[in-house]
Design a protein around this ligand. Structure first.
Ligand code: ADP
Ligand code: MG
Length: 320
């Protein structure tokens, strides 16, 4: 077992590394940061609690990845460019191997985005990780929830539903062959934050949000903030073969109310269709049109033939 200070020194202090915008990192009472002149600071924080946001079966490397990924996903949804983060960690014991694995997963993703861990806190307690990410965005260019306009097209990146399918397998409600399970488990444990897409959508998307609590709930936030409604073409929502093989009702649960997708849901005027597709190609992720923003308030679902599809589930709520 290692002490608090040994854990910090061995696993969360990296010397000899410079990151843009970081004047002073881990080790003093504060970090000192210098965002690029004239840019706005974008700040977001997300906490992961064992049993709530992840299962105890997750490997420590994947937990480190996921804790940072869900935070980067929020910056992506705002079109902000990440540059630093902090980590507050509660650990049941000073388990060196666990912390080493966690740090490996965390720093692999941090390095992929060129961002630095600049501080945090380490305490004993039930396993929980709280990361705060810091990013920058030019004034007026952040992608926000309130900008969807009547007539805009609704887009989603990547595929939806795999993380929920993995959860259903863990719950024992669905069985999958080993390889298919590994793939959906990856989606649940190793989400890929769409940072490059968020940046490419600056000036194009009229609104954006990242999908953490399921499309129904998250789109609901955009519609409420924007004062509009929408119809979603349920059959147009991209999904894996494993999800597409499920009974239709369960497919709808996975893609519409799944949660943990960490894809971007955004709107843009139809005149921008080609530019949106180019943004996806530039960012290396598929983007699919899945519906329309309408004046009539509320959220409606239709199939490929335009027939109404009933769906009553709500987005995830910790206290519902
Ligand atoms: P303080 O008592 O002033 O809060 P700490 O002893 O908690 O200081 O932390 C010492 C230094 O280590 C600080 O710079 C803090 O930001 C950093 N730190 C502590 N825990 C972590 C962590 N899990 N990840 C990154 N930095 C950490
Ligand atoms: Mg402290």
């Amino acid at each position: 077992m290692a002490s608090e200070f040994e854990l910090i020194a061995r696993h969360f202090t990296r010397t000899g590394r410079r990151a843009d915008g970081v004047v002073l990192g881990v080790g003093d009472d504060c970090a000192l940061l210098a965002p690029a002149p004239g840019q706005q600071l974008a700040v977001s924080t997300d906490m992961l609690v064992e049993g709530r946001h992840f299962l105890s079966t997750i490997a420590p490397e994947r937990l480190g990845h996921k804790a940072l990924a869900v935070n980067l996903s929020d910056l992506a949804a705002c079109g902000a460019e990440p540059f630093a983060f902090t980590l507050a960690l509660a650990l049941p014991r000073g388990d060196e191997a666990f912390v080493a694995g966690l740090a490996r997963g965390l720093f692999a993703l941090a390095d992929a985005h060129g961002i630095a861990l600049v501080g945090g806190d380490t305490t004993a307690g039930p396993l929980a990780l709280n990361i705060t990410v810091l990013g920058q965005v030019p004034p007026g260019q952040a992608l926000l929830r309130h900008g969807a306009r009547v007539g805009d097209r609704l887009w989603v990146s990547g595929r939806l539903g795999d993380a929920r399918l993995a959860l259903e397998v863990f719950r024992g409600t669905v069985a999958l062959p080993g390889e298919a399970f590994d793939a959906v488990r990856r989606a649940m444990e190793l989400p890929q934050p769409r940072v490059a897409l968020g940046l490419a959508l600056r000036g194009l998307a009229s609104s954006a949000i990242d999908l953490s609590d399921g499309l129904v709930g998250d789109l609901g936030h955009v519609l409420a903030r924007s004062g509009v409604g929408a119809t979603v073409d349920v059959d147009a929502i991209p999904r894996s073969e494993a999800v597409a093989a499920l009974p239709r009702v369960l497919q709808h649960t996975c893609v519409l109310a799944g949660g943990d997708d960490y894809e971007l849901l955004f709107t843009a005027p139809p005149a921008q269709d080609d530019a949106v597709r180019r943004a996806g190609a530039k960012a290396g992720v598929g983007v699919s049109p899945i519906g329309r923003i309408e004046a009539e308030a509320g959220l409606r679902f239709a199939d490929a033939e335009g027939r109404p599809v009933a769906f009553a589930e709500r987005g995830f709520d910790h206290f519902a």
